[in-house]
Design a protein around this ligand. Sequence first.
Ligand SMILES: [Zn+2]
Length: 135
Amino acid sequence: MQFNDFKRLNHKSKLMQPKCLNCGDPFIGRIDKKFCCDRCRNTYNNRIKRNHEKNILDINRILRKNRKILKQFNPEGETTIHKESLDKMGFNYKYHTHAYSSSANNEYLFCYEYGYLIIANEKVLIINHQSNMGK
Ligand SMILES: [Zn+2]
């Protein structure tokens, strides 16, 4: 092996030295290894899991609040309100549990058993889940 080949090889092997995904320290091991030790692997995986759990809890909280707001306006049957009323109470239009298309091709968005449809003139129609809407 020529000296230059050796240098190149040495340089390459340095580049391929894995770095721990948790602490960032380089370590010796197979190139597909991601962590320097079990502790780092556990810490990293727990953090990922915690973040996922937090996202789920945050969205659950939003859905719960949306449901509560719709419920307040519509204890039974259906009702029409100004969209502004939902806005004021902090209704989050980004999240819903499911959608239902009526025979008139209106898509109601549901937060659990309460659904809504934005209609003309900044108004919202709020409905209860009906048994004929299926699951
Ligand atoms: Zn580490």
